[in-house]
Design a protein around this ligand. Structure first.
Ligand SMILES: [Zn+2]
Length: 79
């Protein structure tokens, strides 16, 4: 029984299923990805929902309070 089983999408009323997603955030001038984030995803419109606990862990990651798994360089182009 998933946390999201009885929930409905706020936007379209679709069913919500649990998935792990990659969360992208920009923090100041840095691009940060958090992998394997458990989220509720609407099967109709793709809207993502996160529980308070998950958001707290994401915030801790974004502010460097957790050990990063990996740092990758993003491609940079010059015109
Ligand atoms: Zn929806």
């Amino acid at each position: 029984m998933s946390f999201w089983n009885s929930e409905r999408c706020e936007y379209c009323g679709g069913a919500i299923i649990e998935k792990t997603v990659i969360l992208y955030r920009r923090v100041r001038d840095r691009h940060v990805l958090v992998e394997n984030v458990p989220a509720g995803v609407c099967v109709e419109c793709g809207m993502r929902y996160y529980t308070a606990n998950v958001l707290k862990t994401v915030e801790e990651s974004l502010h460097g309070r957790r050990e990063m798994k990996q740092e990758v360089l993003a491609p940079v182009y010059s015109f």
